[in-house]
Design a protein around this ligand. Structure first.
Ligand code: NAD
Length: 286
């Protein structure tokens, strides 16, 4: 029987989440998406108007089907967490049930269970500031949106993740090596995410036989990456210095994700898998 995947963090056709959705769809999975509330309207209307049709084409020529798009804001676990100004915000008031707990409940109501959970989201309001200039508020916001959001998603989806299922997030090497420009506590957030991958692998493995891994991806010109401001330089740097001298495509990360959540990876859990043309293995630039 086909597997069902919930992918959090898709709001256009440029990012890793979209590419992962495509690779999973190509492998026969049913696709559910979680889309950030403020980006929901434009994403859904673009989908409806056919703006993404070209990027929906799968290797067999068919179009990726998205069974349902759920509004999601992964910095809120439940309604009690939502402050008044967000509740009153027009874009938020136009949707409902977008806290993590409510989305998990809705997916359970609609489909009963899932097999694959993907976290492909991050946010750091002060990402362009060096760590020494990052405020406490900005640092904690980066951790909330980029690290705890994963703990929360897995916690709330674990009861409906079928045993043998698998969960995945996206990380970046700035967690373990100095990448000037990846600021605002985002490097710290990725370090937390990678450490949590190990602890969550233990807990979810013992509790539900669910695997937990993260992909350390190379640079991609996504919407989020363009906001950081140094993405073109990082892509050029990788092409100049990585063992494989080519631009990384989102599809390559999507395919690695499809492997990691498949039975081919049934003994792999708690790992950080580099999908970066090998750049992580270099000791010096050349
Ligand atoms: P992207 O813009 O496609 O994805 C980020 C998504 O996060 C967006 O859809 C955004 O709407 C969503 N989001 C932000 N805050 C949210 C919230 N509170 N609740 C729900 N959704 C929220 O960009 P991407 O680069 O593909 O990012 C996906 C993942 O890949 C991130 O974890 C990112 O750190 C990681 N990554 C990216 C690169 C890169 O170079 N692009 C490299 C390594 C890792």
């Amino acid at each position: 029987k086909g597997k069902r995947a919930f992918i959090a963090g898709v709001a256009d056709d440029n990012g890793y989440g979209w590419a992962i959705a495509k690779s999973l769809a190509a492998a026969g999975a049913e696709i559910l998406l979680g889309t950030w509330v403020p980006a929901l309207n434009i994403f859904e209307s673009s989908l409806r108007r056919g703006k993404f049709d070209e990027s929906r084409v799968l290797p067999d020529g068919s179009l990726m089907q998205i069974t349902k798009v759920y509004p999601l804001d992964a910095v809120f676990d439940n309604l009690e967490d939502v402050p008044a100004d967000i509740k009153a915000n027009k874009r938020y008031a136009g949707s409902s049930k977008w806290t993590v707990q409510e989305v998990a409940e809705s997916v359970k109501e609609d489909f009963g269970s899932i097999d694959i959970l993907v976290h492909s989201l991050a946010n750091g309001p002060e990402v362009t500031k060096p760590l020494l200039e990052t405020s406490r508020k900005g640092y904690l916001a980066a951790l909330s949106a980029s690290s705890y959001s994963y703990v929360s998603l897995l916690k709330h989806f674990l009861p409906i993740l079928n045993p043998g299922g698998s969960s995945l997030s996206l990380t970046y090497i700035a967690s373990e090596r100095i990448i000037p420009g990846y600021g605002g506590g985002m490097s710290s957030a990725k370090a937390a995410l990678e450490s949590d991958t190990r602890v969550l692998a233990f807990e979810a493995g013992r509790k539900r036989k669910v695997r937990v891994n993260t992909i350390s991806a190379g640079p991609l010109r996504s919407r989020a990456a363009k906001a950081i401001g140094f993405i073109d330089m990082m892509i050029d740097y990788s092409i100049a210095n990585a063992p494989l001298q080519k631009e990384l495509s989102a599809e390559e990360v999507g395919n690695a994700a499809a492997f990691l959540v498949s039975p081919l990876a049934s003994a792999i859990t708690g790992t950080v898998l580099y999908v970066d043309n090998g750049l992580n293995a270099m000791g010096v630039g050349v």
